[in-house]
Design a protein around this ligand. Structure first.
Ligand SMILES: Nc1ncnc2c1ncn2[C@@H]1O[C@H](COP(=O)(O)OP(=O)(O)OP(=O)(O)O)[C@@H](O)[C@H]1O
Length: 622
């Protein structure tokens, strides 16, 4: 966004600073396109006139509660306003009808108590200080008055406070539309109470956040015609699969594994567990404990939460038995066998863990070993078992662990939904989308690609509904308004999702051809998009590709794109576990239809991301 203002000698301005992002100062000299600035911290800097921004000297000392009231709407002005307010413990600020929340990293109970809820209930938007309750109240009123469903989007980078904000939104919606708890527990209580279960299995410590949600979530609250909550559903997206088998220091795997290792002694004995340090899936990182968290008490709390959401004791036993089996699976190490390119269990320790994994999954140990170390080949003449080398066997083991874990997570989400109950007759709902923000790391794989694709879609929705619609409104009313420039990202979306010819379509195509590799896939991208201005082939790589997203360039490593796009279960794993003696485990691997088990058929994760979030069940997303 640019603001055309004359900058002259004496002007108060903002200038970029490597340490503080922006510092203020006064222009002392102008020579051509360069200005010399005396900064408030006593330095003299020279900057291009196009890179300095006017400072509003008349801005109120406490900042403004709505960014649209700022005289200059530029980055340093916006940041300064947020900072001023944050220093006064005002964590919320509006930009029109959008709420910006800054993470306070401390409990602010007075902000969310019943008194606050009473105040915000029914208060016209903008009358009270900016607050997350005001957003929930507005969407609820709009739903009641216009009979239209609404969605609230909570976005931000990891650790920004999305999940906390979502919980506050839910709490307030429950306050507005909740029933008196006369007949047992209410829907809204159940939704909130399901959080600890989802968090135990879907959250982990990352570098940024000790309790980071590793999945996206859309909570749908259904209302009856009187505006009372009548049902709810939770939909989850893209659980981070890789974390189950691979953890970087100083992060942790999913909380549930550590909770289980801290369970009461009889459970440790039953599942033959040890300290987290003794499991390969946990000890790749040196971080085992979280400051201020007692995993033993968390285990008991998770069990209680499971009771509350209607997961029976028998099911709980199966859930933790499967969780323990995954830990044992991870400790099955392989070494070279006698035959060429074959593998056998490395030592007695590996044998013990194989026996334990099989016992806990209630499947045949020889069958499990075969499923990990061999592949069945069907030729026109015969069915043969081809051995796998130790590396391929450990990939097979990790694949199995990830599949079991993801299915377990989906089972939990489904169970919670069944237990909460949905209202099939509901006409209106409010959806709260708690979704990962734009990601750009040193290494970016298929997960980042899907996350950034999602954010491109949300950005387009935002452009259309906020910028374009607002400007149409001003035009209609002939209000003199300086147009905000925004970059239309339709070209990035075409690059990603166009059918045929977009990156996802080409990826799906590559996944269908058995001979495709990430090299052939990357080459296809380079050829197809060599003149696309949003696609860049990095000079120093032969398989990476860069996309110029709305929020910046991201370089993706394509090496695992094909594998990760295939929601594919190795038939040997499927066959083994679908006949487990434990009905819970067998239920995680229901029989697959003949048609879809053919190797050329697979379900594309990328394509599934193209389906709008607010699909099935949401009648009229606002
Ligand atoms: N409104 C708030 N009041 C108090 N503390 C907060 C608030 N919002 C966030 N926090 C603190 O910040 C931490 C991180 O917030 P949260 O887990 O909601 O982030 P997130 O955006 O959902 O992150 P991720 O994408 O990694 O899941 C919380 O555990 C909490 O300690």
């Amino acid at each position: 966004m640019s603001t055309a203002v004359n900058i002259i000698v004496g002007s108060h301005v903002w200038v970029e600073d490597t340490a503080q992002a922006w510092v203020d100062g006064q222009v002392t000299k102008i020579k051509g396109k360069e200005a010399e600035i005396q900064t408030a911290d006593g330095k003299t800097v020279v900057a291009n006139l196009s890179k300095i921004y006017p400072k509003d000297m008349e801005a109120p000392a406490g900042g403004v509660d709505d960014m649209t009231k700022l005289s200059y709407l530029h980055e340093p002005g916006v940041l300064q306003n947020l900072r001023t307010r944050y220093e006064l413990n005002e964590i919320y600020t509006y930009t029109g009808n959008i709420l910006i929340a800054i993470n306070p990293f401390q409990k602010l109970p007075h902000l969310y108590d019943t008194h606050m809820m009473q105040q915000y209930k029914g208060a016209p938007f903008g009358e009270l200080s900016p607050h997350v309750f005001a957003i929930a109240d507005t969407s609820y009123r709009a739903m009641i008055n216009e009979g239209k469903s609404n969605s609230i989007l909570v976005s931000g980078e990891s650790g920004a406070g999305k999940t906390e904000t979502t919980k506050m939104l839910m709490r307030f919606l429950a306050y507005l539309g909740g029933r008196k708890a006369t007949e047992g527990r209410t829907v809204e209580q159940q939704v909130l109470e399901s959080n600890p279960v989802l968090e135990a299995f879907g959250n982990a410590k990352t570098v940024r956040n000790n309790n980071s949600s590793r999945f996206g979530k859309f909570v749908e609250i259904q209302f009856d015609k009187h505006g009372r909550i009548s049902g709810a559903a939770i939909r989850t997206y893209l659980l981070e699969r890789s974390r189950v088998c691979q953890v970087n220091d100083p992060e942790r795997n999913y909380h549930c594994f550590y909770l289980l290792c801290a369970a009461p002694p009889e459970e440790i004995e039953k599942y033959k567990l040890g300290s987290p340090q003794s499991f390969h899936y946990l000890n790749q990182s040196k971080c085992f404990e979280l400051v201020g968290v007692n995993d033993g008490s968390e285990y008991l709390a998770t069990r209680r939460a499971m009771d509350i959401v209607g997961i029976s004791k028998k099911e709980q036993e199966a859930i933790f038995r499967v969780t323990a089996a995954i830990l044992h699976l991870g400790n099955i190490a392989f070494t070279k066998g006698k035959e060429v390119d074959s593998s056998v269990l490395k030592d007695d320790k590996a044998k013990f863990h194989l026996k334990m994994a099989a016992e806990l999954l209630m499947c045949d140990p020889v069958g499990l070993q075969d499923a990990l170390c061999k592949r069945v080949m069907i030729t026109p003449e015969e069915v043969i078992k081809r051995p796998l080398d130790p590396l391929s066997a450990s990939f097979s083991r990790d694949g199995l662990a990830k599949t079991i874990y993801c299915r377990l997570f989906d089972w939990l989400v489904n169970k919670i939904n069944v237990s909460i109950g949905q209202d099939a007759t509901s006409k209106c709902l409010i959806g709260v989308l708690d979704i990962y923000g734009f990601e750009s790391f040193k290494n970016n794989s298929f997960e980042q690609f899907c996350i950034n694709f999602t954010n491109e879609k949300l950005q387009q929705h935002f452009n259309q509904h906020v910028f374009k619609a607002e400007q149409e409104e001003y035009k209609k009313e002939a209000i003199n308004w300086s147009y905000i420039e925004f970059v239309d990202n339709q070209d990035v979306l075409d690059l990603l999702e166009k059918k045929p010819g977009g990156i996802i379509a080409l990826l799906d195509e590559a996944c269908m051809f058995p001979k495709s590799t990430h090299e052939t896939f990357s080459n296809k991208l380079y050829q197809t998009f060599k003149n696309h201005k949003r696609f860049i082939k990095p000079k120093l790589s032969r398989t990476d590709f860069t996309i110029a997203h709305y929020a910046g360039e991201v370089q993706y490593q394509s090496d695992q794109f094909l594998d990760k796009n295939k929601d594919y279960v190795v038939p040997e794993h499927q066959d083994l576990l679908s006949v487990s003696k434990c009905s819970f485990v067998a239920g995680l691997f229901p029989p697959v239809a003949e048609e879809s088990s053919k190797s050329s058929k697979f379900s594309s994760i990328g394509s599934r991301f193209k389906v709008p979030f607010i699909s099935n069940g949401c009648k009229n997303p606002g």
